[in-house]
Write a new protein. Structure first.
Length: 185
């Protein structure tokens, strides 16, 4: 048991000049500078082992409670590497999300989102009034029809944007699916 007190927990090197894994002194290295910039506390070697290793460190686990200076330096560099990689992946993920959002916005901006008044039936037009109004309404309807350049292949309807046509065309496929189900039964 006395041999464990003089052994490095990581490399198993035996020495009288080992550091306690629960001591959190600042080393003044690049990791310390990073931590000061982000106003984070200095981690103990035990916390570094928990962060960078799959094997947890617990008080009274029966393993050595000391670490040599070369292993601690490597452990601190490992944490610094892990933090850098995490920041890079978060940045790349954010850029990818922004690119995807930009593409979506570009698609939405390309669509014509002007909503026209509903087109009245011929009977409603006749009830509405005199010839001048009819002429004006016909001109407005012609303008609306010009804007509705996306025509349905299955029926006479037309739409102002491709997205609207796509949504409408799904109603035709649903009807045919229902018809197929009825014929199968």
């Amino acid at each position: 048991m006395n041999e464990l007190a003089k052994m490095c927990r990581v490399c198993m090197d035996e020495s009288d000049d080992l550091l306690d894994i629960y001591d959190n002194k600042s080393w003044g290295d690049r990791l310390s500078a990073d931590l000061q910039r982000t106003k984070e506390p200095e981690p103990t070697p035990a916390e570094l082992l928990n962060i960078c290793s799959a094997y947890p460190v617990d008080t009274g686990d029966g393993f050595p409670l000391k670490i040599c200076e070369p292993c601690l330096i490597k452990l601190r560099e490992a944490l610094r590497f892990k933090r850098r990689y995490t920041r890079t992946m978060e940045y790349v993920a954010r850029v990818k999300r922004e690119q995807s959002d930009k593409e979506t916005c570009d698609l939405l901006e390309a669509e014509d989102w002007d909503f026209a008044d509903p087109i009245k039936s011929e009977n409603e037009e006749e009830e509405d009034g005199d010839g001048d109004d009819k002429q004006l309404k016909k001109e407005n309807n012609n303008e609306v029809e010009k804007k509705r350049s996306f025509k349905c292949a299955d029926c006479p309807k037309s739409f102002t944007g491709k997205a609207h046509l796509t949504l409408h065309s799904r109603t035709h496929t649903k009807v045919s699916t229902r018809t197929k189900r009825k014929t199968l039964k």
